[in-house]
Write a protein that binds this ligand. Sequence first.
Ligand SMILES: [Mg+2]
Length: 189
Amino acid sequence: MPSSSRELRRRAREIKLLLMDVDGVLTDGRIYYVPHPRRSSEVFLETKTFHSRDGLGIRLAHEAGLKTGLISGRGSPVVEYRARELGLDYVELNALEKLQPYEKILGESQLRDAEVCYMGDDVVDLPILKRVGLAVGVGDGHEFLRKHVHYWTRRPGGAGAARETIELILAAQGKLRSVLQQYLQSGPS
Ligand SMILES: [Mg+2]
């Protein structure tokens, strides 16, 4: 059930770790199959598209002291590269059943459910969404999720939903102004 803005802020203040699904959350959900340039016609490379503003959002989250991670049902070298590039703290791939890797991350991070925000777009994300302190569905996610999350983003998956969620958390924690302020100070006056 979507929360009131006061309840949302209360939940967001507790968050220390942002976990995200990949397909449909950090991407728009499309998976592109590109013919392998040096192999037979039956071999394809898989690729997908990320948004640079989500990437900068994740950097801002790290600067503000948040940990981040992803749990994906698929395995993909592109996702591994993106996760390394952004310095994500936890990366769990090939996780068709997502609760097990979630609990592994909880154990490693020594955090409680209430300190985790999870972002999902489809029904496979529900087991985690029903556990975490701040459950977020992306704006173009499966409608069934809507009544099970605390927040439904305005932006769609792969196009700013992660950035919107990070800014919501940082604003509730009183950290957003200071992480943005550095960009005002470092530019020409
Ligand atoms: Mg998904």
